[in-house]
Design a protein around this ligand. Structure first.
Ligand code: SIN
Length: 485
C-alpha cells in the first residue's frame, strides 16, 4: 500500500459523483502474490446498486442533451488524466491483479485508447435518408444512445474491460454503472477518481464495489430502467445473466469464454510462430479469454516447433509482477492454481509429456511454472477446457482440413490464430474458422480500432472499432410525411 499513490486509492463505491459508503459487507482486496491485504473496502448492497440506477436515470437527460463534441472533450480529458497517471494506475493494477508492471502499463494505455477512440467516434454517429413509400414521404433513420447501461467486468483486465464498455456508452450519451470484479476493484475506483477530475458529471459514471456479486447482478440485469447490459466473463455466468436480462428484454453485449486454437502449418515462419505463441499464450500468465488454449502443429514441424517453444519458455522469468524483468506473475487465487494443476496432471496421466514446467513453483503457492506439454490429444481436458493459466498443450495434425475440424470442434468461438505463408491457405482457413477473430501471423490482436468479440457461445456484440459504438445505439425510423403540402 505504501508504494501506491494514496490519492488514487479509494475504499468505497462511487455513486452519483460521491464516494459512497455502502450498506454491504466490508471486504479485503489482496495481493495475489502472497494474499496480503492491500486495503479494506466498504461493500455495496442491492439498495446501493438501486441508488446508482436512480442517479444514472436522473443524470442522463443532461448528458444526452450535450453535443457529441462537448462529450468528446470531457472524454478526452479523462483519457489524458489516465495517461498522466499511467505509472500509478499500473502499480495499483499489478498490486491487486498480479500481472507484471510492464503489462499493467500496457493495459492502462490499452484501456485509455478506447476512451480516446470513442471520444472521436462519438462525433461520427450517422443516420440515413431513404426514399419514401409515397411521393409525399421520406424515410429518415436516426441513431440515439440506448439509455442507461450497466456492466459487470472481470478481474483479468480491471481497467481496460471497463473503459471499452464505458467509453462507447458515454460517447453515445448514455449513463453507465459498473460492478467491478471483487478481486480488483481498486483499478475501477481509480478510474472513477479520474473521471470526476475530468468533469464527467455526477451520475454518468458509477462504480459499485462488493464481494457479493449475485444481488448486485440482479439489480444490474433486472432493473427495468436499465436499457442495456454488458458483461465480460465466463460463458457459464454469462448464460445466467442473459436469462436475467431477458425478463426486461435488455440489449446485451456478452464477451464470454474462449478456447483459442493456434494453428501452425509446415510452411510457416517457425521463429515468428514461436514468438506469436509465446505472447499469445503467456500474456497475463495465460489469464485472458483470447490466450492461446490449444496449439495445433502440422506434423512436418512438430518436433522443431516444440523444441524452439520450450527453449523460449525456459527463458521466461516468473515472479512478483511489481519487480523488474518479470514476465509471468502469479495466478489470481488458489482456485486458479488448483484448476491449472488439475488440467496438467490429468493430461500427464493420459500420456502427455512435460517439456518445460508442469508444477507450482517454489516461489510460492500462487505461482504456476510456464509449461509446455507435448503428445497432447484433442480429447484431453487441457484441450477442451479454457485453461486460464500459463500452459501450452501441443497437438499434432496432418492436413489443413483436419486442423480446421479440430479448431472448430468447440462450443465457443472467440479468438483463433494461424501461421502460414500461403495466401490461399490464409483465406481458406480464416474463412472456415468459426471464430469472431483470427490472428494471421500475429499473436497479439487486441486494439481499440478492431472489433473484439466472439461467435457461438463466446457471446454477442463487438467492443472497439466503429461497431463497438453501434452496440450502444438504437435505430429510430422517422416517417416524414406530408411533404407535398
Ligand atoms: C479478455 O481476456 O477478456 C480481454 C483480452 C483482451 O482485451 O485482449
Amino acid at each position: 500500500m505504501s508504494s501506491l499513490n494514496s490519492k488514487l486509492i479509494k475504499n468505497s463505491s462511487y455513486i452519483n459523483g460521491q464516494w459512497h459508503s455502502g450498506n454491504g459487507e466490508s471486504f479485503a482486496v489482496t495481493n495475489p502474490v502472497d494474499g496480503e491485504t492491500i486495503c479494506t473496502l466498504k461493500g455495496a448492497d442491492k439498495s446501493d446498486a438501486t441508488l446508482a440506477v436512480d442517479a444514472a436515470v436522473a443524470a442522463m437527460p443532461e448528458w444526452r442533451a450535450k453535443t457529441a463534441k462537448q462529450r468528446s472533450a470531457i472524454l478526452r480529458r479523462w483519457f489524458e488524466l489516465i495517461m498522466q497517471n499511467q505509472d500509478d494506475l499500473a502499480a495499483i493494477l499489478t498490486a491487486e491483479q498480479g500481472k507484471p508492471l510492464s503489462e499493467a502499463k500496457g493495459e492502462i494505455a490499452y484501456g485509455a485508447n478506447y476512451i480516446e477512440w470513442f471520444a472521436e467516434e462519438g462525433k461520427r454517429i450517422y443516420g440515413d435518408t431513404i426514399a419514401g413509400a409515397t411521393t409525399s414521404s421520406r424515410v429518415v433513420v436516426i441513431k440515439q444512445g440506448v439509455g442507461v447501461v450497466s456492466a459487470i467486468t472481470p478481474w483479468n483486465f480491471p481497467n481496460a474491460m471497463i473503459t471499452r464498455k464505458a467509453a462507447p456508452a458515454l460517447a453515445a450519451g448514455c449513463a453507465f454503472i459498473v460492478k467491478a470484479a471483487q478481486e480488483t476493484p481498486l483499478s475501477a475506483l481509480a478510474l472513477a477518481e479520474l473521471a470526476q477530475q475530468a468533469g464527467i458529471p455526477a451520475g454518468i459514471f458509477n462504480v459499485i464495489v462488493s464481494n457479493s456479486s449475485r444481488p448486485i447482478g440482479e439489480v444490474l440485469t433486472g432493473d427495468p430502467r436499465i436499457a442495456k447490459f454488458s458483461f465480460t466473463g465466463s460463458t457459464e455466468v454469462g448464460k445466467i445473466l442473459l436469462a436475467q436480462c431477458a425478463t426486461t428484454v435488455k440489449k446485451t453485449s456478452m464477451e464470454l469464454g474462449g478456447n483459442a486454437p493456434f494453428i501452425v502449418f509446415n510452411d510457416a515462419n517457425i521463429d515468428d510462430a514461436v514468438q506469436g505463441a509465446l505472447v499469445s499464450k503467456f500474456r497475463n500468465a495465460g489469464q485472458t479469454c483470447i490466450c492461446t488454449n490449444r496449439v495445433f502443429i502440422q506434423s512436418g514441424i512438430y518436433q522443431e516447433f516444440a523444441e524452439k517453444l520450450a527453449s523460449e519458455v525456459t527463458k521466461l522469468s516468473i515472479g512478483d509482477g511489481s519487480q523488474a524483468n518479470v514476465d509471468v506473475g502469479p495466478l489470481i487465487n488458489d482456485e486458479a492454481i488448483e484448476s491449472v494443476s488439475g488440467l496438467v496432471n490429468d493430461a500427464i496421466s493420459q500420456g502427455a509429456k512435460v517439456l518445460v514446467g508442469g508444477h507450482v513453483d517454489d516461489l510460492g503457492s500462487r505461482f504456476f511454472q510456464p509449461t509446455v506439454l507435448i503428445n497432447v490429444t484433442p480429447d484431453m481436458s487441457v484441450a477442451t477446457e479454457e485453461i486460464f493459466g500459463p500452459v501450452a498443450p501441443l497437438i499434432e495434425f496432418d492436413t489443413e482440413e483436419q486442423a480446421i475440424k479440430l479448431a472448430n470442434d468447440t462450443e465457443v468461438g472467440l479468438a483463433s490464430y494461424i501461421y502460414t505463408r500461403d495466401i490461399g491457405r490464409i483465406w481458406r482457413v480464416a474463412e472456415a474458422l468459426e471464430y469472431g477473430m483470427v490472428g494471421i501471423n500475429e499473436g497479439i490482436i487486441s486494439n481499440e480500432m478492431a472489433p473484439f468479440g466472439g461467435v457461438k457461445q463466446s457471446g454477442m456484440g463487438r467492443e472497439g472499432s466503429k461497431y463497438g459504438l453501434e452496440d450502444y445505439l438504437e435505430i429510430k425510423y422517422l416517417c416524414m410525411g406530408g411533404l407535398d403540402h
